[in-house]
Design a protein around this ligand. Structure first.
Ligand code: KIV
Length: 278
């Protein structure tokens, strides 16, 4: 492992220094290379793969094999960032053994350095078993898309006292079980602040305000890859949809009109050779 590689120790160091941790998603080699070259600290191969790349309506259909395939491609493009692989739906609920085997597979077969798991106290023992096997675990609380049918939609979590207390206790349970950090998704800003101040591991926010120890977004969302709706918490740093559309439409028009390819895009050959063919 190169000495520049971001590890759980880097997370601890940044957290202690108050330096914000940056994380973005990637699902393939070219985007992973770009995100890594931009100096982002961690790359999450999220099961948002299902929505963003595979065209599913949710993360539920994403399988272990899908994750292994995409995490491998991402890991091949990364030199510095920590690669975090999402454990997909039901890959860590059936039994402790199966959870351990699946987490192990994500590290051993793909080149990821950590796994991410959704849930709080109900998965704490599984988190303990996985971290006990030397596999770093990033927790994920708040809006957990694998439970979307139970939650009844993509809504802000922890708004009433009971739900807020549960999130706080879940974060403490994950820390106690050995998680090295925890994603807080769609949590009110003051609650995310309280959780961040109440636990000893870094929080990574998405729709959780500025007081988290770091931030994560879906790269395609923040680069405006899809022209349509994106959630309130996403800031757009580019408009790739428009740039790509312009390029694609110009290509179509130029092929149709004969403007492309021009002489500079073709290859010549010896006139004598050509004559012999006629
Ligand atoms: O799957 C994912 O991309 C995620 C992030 C949104 C945190 O879990």
């Amino acid at each position: 492992m190169s000495k520049d590689r971001v590890t759980t120790a880097t997370f601890r160091k940044y957290h202690a220094e108050g330096k914000k941790i940056t994380m973005l998603t990637a699902y393939d080699y070219p985007m992973a290379k770009l995100v890594d070259a931009a100096g982002i600290d961690a790359i999450l191969v999220g099961d948002s793969l299902g929505n963003v790349v595979l065209g599913y309506g949710s993360t539920i259909p994403v399988t272990m094999d899908d994750m292994v395939h995409h995490v491998k491609a991402v890991a091949r493009g990364v030199q510095r960032a920590m690669v975090v692989a999402d454990m997909p739906f039901l890959s860590y609920h059936v039994s402790r053994e199966e959870s351990l085997r699946n987490a192990g597979r994500l590290l051993q077969e793909t080149g990821a350095q950590a796994v991410k798991m959704e849930g709080g106290r109900e998965i704490a023992e599984t988190v303990r078993a996985i971290t006990g096997a030397g596999i770093p675990v990033m927790g994920h609380l708040g809006l957990t898309p694998q439970s979307i049918y139970q939650m009844g939609g993509y809504k802000v979590q922890g708004k009433d006292e009971e739900a807020a207390r549960k999130l706080l206790e879940d974060a403490r349970a994950l820390e106690k079980a050995g998680a090295f950090s925890v994603v807080l998704e769609c949590v009110p800003t003051p609650l995310a602040k309280l959780i961040t101040e109440s636990i000893g591991i870094p929080t990574i926010g998405i729709g959780a305000g500025p007081y988290c120890s770091g931030q994560v977004l879906v790269t395609q969302d923040m680069l405006g890859f899809y022209g349509q709706f994106s959630p309130k918490f996403v800031k757009r740093y580019a408009n790739l949809h428009e740039t790509i559309m312009q390029g694609l439409q110009s290509y179509r028009k130029e092929v149709e009109s004969g403007a492309f390819p021009g002489p500079e895009h073709g290859f010549g050959m010896d006139e004598e050779v050509l004559k012999k063919l006629y």
